[in-house]
Ligand binder design. Structure first.
Ligand code: SF4
Length: 449
């Protein structure tokens, strides 16, 4: 049986892990970023690894799935399954794509069972159609130990925010941010990998051409969290030091850290054993909005963590979300003030995207379009640009941040246009996702135990 994993446009870590698991189980498996390559490879089974809700509406992916199925020599002799973060809403996946089943949640074990035995209610963590009904079986957490990932030859040419690849040190997050699907997908209990296994994997990535890596896993400093109920600082430092010895400190980054899980020791380790940046999800300068977002931290905690990092010589990137349901102009102005006051080194602005199944998606469904910044026409300073309120705030905050950074950028025409284009693109994407969400309102299917 020839299996091709299709991970559109980039090799996700999850797709490489599943590839490694299948290879180790004896399957003939390859991994590609390009659906056209998969069609030419003569696959019997396609595993579509999808990480964005927008993939469900991508004509290239939709057509590929339909063409693969209709190309069967006889009904049932080919199969196409979908996995990845979008498996958190299997009803929408099965409604939008012509596929046989969805591998729900962590797929390491259920994918092997599915390939060996075919679709069955006895396999945990899959969803499929049975006449008019959608059957979903309850996913189980996979074992945290696993074989070496399937690493493609051209991994060294990939760039995800500057890194060739992300690697996973642990799964789960104890946070409950309303816009995030990590706790639902991986659970709220932290499961950490052993350092020797992580290092062996990094050495293999390096041998395959990876020069820069980023550590993912929700919030990096939660590595080995659990036994003491607080950050395991020594384990995190040991981990960073071991990774830096393989890659060199300037080739390692820890992109996402919660402000309430850093202290001086953690920040000094980030300074010494990584490229020296932290990226905090600050989200808003308004305590009201932080509560609505369920961040579990307030403005004071955000400012404290920023200043602590700056005192430790660590550069600080901040992520912000605009256009959340209920965000008033006053809330938005507080976010602008926070950016003015904190001299961040870099800023990322996102329009709130309602990933199906999150608390945010429920809020968006309860909000009438006339009160949702994603659809409200902006009538203020940028009226002539015909933006929505979310787009205008995204554009305005991005420009504002460029001028308030520790080293301000000069606002050139190309920079202005790039910020405008990005805000429009984000606004369009979030509108599309919101319409998809509304289309499946109330269709949530129940898992079988
Ligand atoms: S801390 Fe990060 S990973 Fe955890 S729930 Fe919040 S956004 Fe998600």
């Amino acid at each position: 049986m020839k299996i091709v994993i299709v991970s559109p446009d980039l090799y996700t870590y999850g797709a490489m892990v599943i590839g490694g698991v299948l290879k180790s189980a004896g399957f003939d498996v390859t991994l590609t970023k390009n659906p056209d390559d998969a069609a030419e490879a003569g696959a019997d089974v396609i595993l579509l690894s999808l990480y964005s809700t927008l993939h469900l509406l991508d004509e290239r992916i939709r057509n590929f799935a339909s063409a693969f199925k209709s190309g069967s020599a006889a009904p049932g002799d080919r199969a196409i399954y979908v996995g990845g973060p979008i498996s958190a809403y299997p009803d929408i996946v099965l409604g939008e794509l012509d596929v046989d089943a969805v591998i729900v949640g962590e797929g390491e074990e259920s994918t092997v069972e599915l390939l060996n035995n075919g679709i069955s209610e006895d396999i945990s963590g899959i969803a499929f159609r049975d006449n008019d009904e959608i059957i979903v079986t309850k996913p189980e957490p996979a074992k945290i130990e696993r074989p070496m990932p399937l690493i493609p030859d051209d991994i060294g040419s990939q760039s995800i925010r500057g890194a060739n690849t992300y690697i996973e040190t642990h799964r789960g997050c104890i946070g409950a941010c309303g816009f995030c699907q990590v706790p639902k997908f991986f659970g709220t209990k932290i499961r950490s990998r052993d350092i020797p296994e992580i290092i062996a994997e990094i050495e293999e990535f390096k041998r395959c051409g990876v020069r820069r890596i980023a550590i993912s896993g929700g919030t990096s400093s939660l590595y080995q969290y659990g036994e003491s109920g607080s950050v395991n600082t020594s384990a995190f430092i040991e981990l960073l030091q071991a990774i830096a010895e393989v890659m060199g400190p300037r080739n390692v980054s820890v992109p996402d850290i919660r402000v309430d899980y850093v202290d001086e020791e953690v920040l000094h380790a980030i300074h010494d054993f990584t490229m020296g940046w932290v990226y905090y999800g600050i989200e808003s300068g308004s305590n009201e909005m932080l509560k609505v977002m369920r961040k579990g931290v307030d403005l004071e905690a955000n400012v404290y963590a920023i200043e602590l990092a700056q005192q430790c010589g660590v550069k600080v990137g901040g992520s912000f979300i605009v256009g959340y349901p209920g965000e008033t102009i006053d809330d938005y102005e507080l976010t602008k003030s926070l950016i003015e006051d904190t001299f961040l080194d870099d800023v990322f602005v996102s329009i709130a995207e309602p990933i199906p199944g999150t608390h945010l998606s429920g809020l968006v469904l309860e909000t009438d379009d006339s009160e949702n910044p994603t659809f409200m026409a902006h009538t203020g300073e940028y009226k002539a640009l015909k933006l929505t309120e979310s787009e205008a705030r995204c554009f305005d905050l991005t420009l504002h941040a460029q001028m308030c950074k520790a080293v301000p950028s000069i606002l050139t025409g190309p920079l202005y246009n790039a910020c405008l284009e990005d805000s429009r693109q984000q606004g369009g994407d979030v509108r599309v996702v919101t319409r998809l969400l509304q289309k499946y309102r109330g269709s949530d299917v129940q898992e079988k135990p």
